[in-house]
Design a protein around this ligand. Structure first.
Ligand code: ZN
Ligand code: ZN
Length: 100
């Protein structure tokens, strides 16, 4: 198997998928982003660390095009609320201080 790591071979263009129509997050729709290739693709087109096809449990996904690790989820863990803004955090801190 060709192991050129970090080089986009153009294979990803075939796997490239569009943003979900309903506007939901790409990551939630099972899409992953390869930063080397700069495209979103579906999990199924990637492989795992051992070159095996990915399953639902696969955490480490590798781009089948450039063989680099791709991100399969946003920075926030699924289920957690989006980060608060600085202002919100400041307000909350103020509230907490009042209590004591
Ligand atoms: Zn590529
Ligand atoms: Zn890639």
């Amino acid at each position: 198997m060709n192991r050129d790591k970090g080089i986009c071979k153009g294979l990803c263009k075939e796997h490239k998928i569009r943003k979900p129509r309903d506007g939901s997050s790409r990551y939630l729709s099972g899409q992953v982003r390869c930063q080397i290739c700069g495209v979103f693709m579906s999990r199924e087109t990637c492989h795992d660390r051992e070159d095996r096809p990915v399953t639902e449990d696969t955490v480490d996904l590798y781009c089948s095009c450039c063989n680099c690790m791709v991100r399969s989820r946003p920075r926030n863990k699924p289920g957690t609320k989006p980060n608060k803004t600085a202002q919100e955090e400041y307000d909350q801190l103020k509230e907490l201080r009042k209590k004591y």
